[in-house]
Design a protein around this ligand. Sequence first.
Ligand code: ADP
Ligand code: NI
Length: 194
Amino acid sequence: MNDTTINAAIAYIHELFQGNSGGHDAAHSLRVYCSAMRIAEREPDCDRNIVALAALLHDADDHKLFHTQNNANARSFLRQRETDPETIERICQAINSVSFSQNRDRCPDTLEGKIVQDADRLDAIGAIGIARAFAYGGEQGRMLDSSIEHFHEKLLLLKDKMNTEAARQMAESRHRFLEQFLKEYIEETTVRAF
Ligand code: ADP
Ligand code: NI
């Protein structure tokens, strides 16, 4: 793997996500990259270069933030780095199979897509997942309880949807933390006679 390209991708996402906060920012892409590389260590058949670049660029054309077509941001970065066309296609294919909202429950076709999807899902659970859910809800002007609903609709289901064994293991403590948080939240917000 070429470290210069990875460093350039990190610089590119910082530039791209400038001014964004909460759900989708450069820090999210960096965390997804780190988790994806940890999962990749346990998946010897994967192409680590594809995993790394797909993870770093997975939100570069997210429809909620950018009005690009056909992975234009990711492609423009990769072309600048003189990536060969076949590799660009493989990275874009992995990126496009990741999103929960776009693909609902469809499982990615490639191992690299599966790894990046797992890493993205890990970032939606645990302490960071809780922080992101309230940040997202706040951005949309939602009440706290509306973000709590999102826990039940999506977040609590994620641990059983992991594609890889490594991610399933990484999800366990994060899932327990969500449950613990919800229990405490209900306890503290239930109005009782005093
Ligand atoms: P993806 O881009 O992978 O499809 P989303 O854009 O759906 O993911 O979610 C980005 C972040 O915002 C996640 O942490 C997710 O849990 C959170 N989020 C998405 N929808 C809601 C919602 N309705 N309420 C609270 N948080 C949400
Ligand atoms: Ni993401």
